[in-house]
Design a protein around this ligand. Structure first.
Ligand code: NAD
Length: 386
């Protein structure tokens, strides 16, 4: 088996999350050979900022670099499909940000292309890789909660509260037709399917666009920026600021999710609770080193992340001893440690332990059901074919 430090990677996009990818790869010892940006000029500047050896002038130039074996796609959503197609056609392994595509027809094609090419393929549902989410998934899998009955929670942010807040995500041509649901709801829906160990079978969704007109600055805007631009043009909004969604899971469990990017004071608050017939568990992304385990016949517990107290799945995702808080950026390192073990073995394991394109596509099918349900005002089954 090769060492991770012998593997070379490149990153497409170097915005908010591309930077986090580069940092996590470096912590693992992966050789980040360079980056590709929207323009060669920006690429040169960002490569210098990040201390990377090379800014590629084009996709062709990057893919021709034989030392690049894995490419991370962190460009805006609508570019994921053309970028991934080019990478897979070049026979390189790929890690793509969520959502995998902007339509499920395209995500299905990416699943097929990656399988045919035999490359390692991962979708960046990093939240699965908080150690206590790994621990909780293994607890549920071992039956420690009993029969899973109720799955509830929310994902709230406030950075798109005002009509002057702008980002490419607000343009359906760049972000896709589902916005709060596609951008952050996708994480929650993937996460509870993973932790709860069952897929979503059907949905009843209500989408809301509260801010009907937004002001788009004429210049560029950074993700999560709350600065107001002097020159802006009004744009009518059709995508969801918020959503409330009822869920039915395979096996009979019920669920409810609230998603919003207009919740004042909530910066990045993802919470879930799973109530089983024997015990419950709950987790909050803003206190990620704590897992609440609810009991009826004895006191409930608060498990603080600690390799000495977690199950094997939790231990595998942890980097630090108990009491040394791990957070958002650490999940990328834990996720890539799993992905690059397969890269070192030259191909995907029979059952990868990280989220694959198939998982990214499945979440797109759930999104389709959510969009149809909201449009038609009825329960809609997730269409996974025959
Ligand atoms: N997993 C997570 O927690 C998480 C968090 C944030 C964003 N994301 C996802 O990551 C992606 C990027 O989001 P972001 O918040 O970093 O956005 P961003 O706007 O901060 O960064 C996007 C980057 O892509 C670059 N880019 C644009 N067009 C390009 C092109 N044609 N070729 C190469 N680079 C190009 C931009 O210049 C910019 O540097 C989105 O798909 C988003 O959904 C995931």
């Amino acid at each position: 088996m090769r060492r991770i430090s012998d593997i070379g990677a490149a990153v497409i996009g170097s915005g908010f999350i591309g930077t986090v990818h580069v940092e996590a790869l470096r912590r693992l010892g992966v050789r980040v050979r360079g980056l590709l940006e929207v323009s060669p000029e920006l690429g040169v500047q960002r490569a210098a900022d990040l201390g990377l050896p090379r800014a590629y002038g084009s996709m062709e130039e990057m893919l021709a670099d034989e030392r690049v074996e894995v490419v991370h796609v962190t460009s805006p959503n609508a570019l994921h499909v053309p970028h991934v197609k080019a990478i897979v056609a070049a026979g390189k392994h790929v890690v793509c940000e969520k959502p995998l595509a902007t339509t499920s027809a395209e995500s299905a094609e990416l699943v097929r292309l990656a399988r045919e090419a035999g490359v390692v393929n991962a979708v960046n549902f990093n939240i699965r890789f908080y150690p206590l989410n790994q621990h909780a998934a293994a607890m549920v899998g071992a039956g420690e909660l009993g029969e899973v009955r109720l799955v509830t929670g929310h994902y709230f942010q406030d950075w798109l509260l005002l009509d002057t807040d702008w980002n490419w995500r607000l343009d359906p041509a760049e972000g896709g037709m589902l916005r709060a649901v596609g951008d952050i709801g996708s994480h929650w829906l993937d996460l509870v399917s993973f932790v709860g160990g069952r897929r979503i079978e059907s949905v009843m969704a209500d989408l809301a666009t509260f801010v009907k007109v937004r002001y788009q600055p004429t210049g560029p805007v950074q993700t999560f920026s709350t600065e107001r631009a002097a020159d802006a043009i009004p744009r009518e909004m059709a995508t969801d600021d918020a959503a409330t969604i009822l869920l039915r899971f395979e096996g009979g469990a019920r669920g409810a999710l609230a998603v919003s990017q207009v919740s004042p004071g909530r910066k990045n608050s993802l919470q879930w609770e799973i109530d089983g017939s024997a015990a419950a568990a709950a987790w909050d992304s803003e206190s990620p080193d704590a897992l609440w385990v609810g009991r009826r016949e004895r006191p409930s517990e608060l498990l603080l992340r600690n390799p000495a107290l977690m199950n094997a799945a939790g231990v595998a995702a942890a980097s630090l001893p108990g009491g040394h808080v791990e957070g958002f950026a650490d999940t990328f390192k834990a996720l890539y440690r799993a992905v690059y073990a397969d890269v070192a073995a030259s191909g995907p394991a029979a059952r990868p332990i990280y989220p694959t394109f198939a998982d990214g596509h499945d979440e797109m099918l759930v999104n389709d059901a959510i969009a149809t349900s909201a449009r038609e005002g009825r329960w809609v089954a997730v269409d996974r074919g025959a």
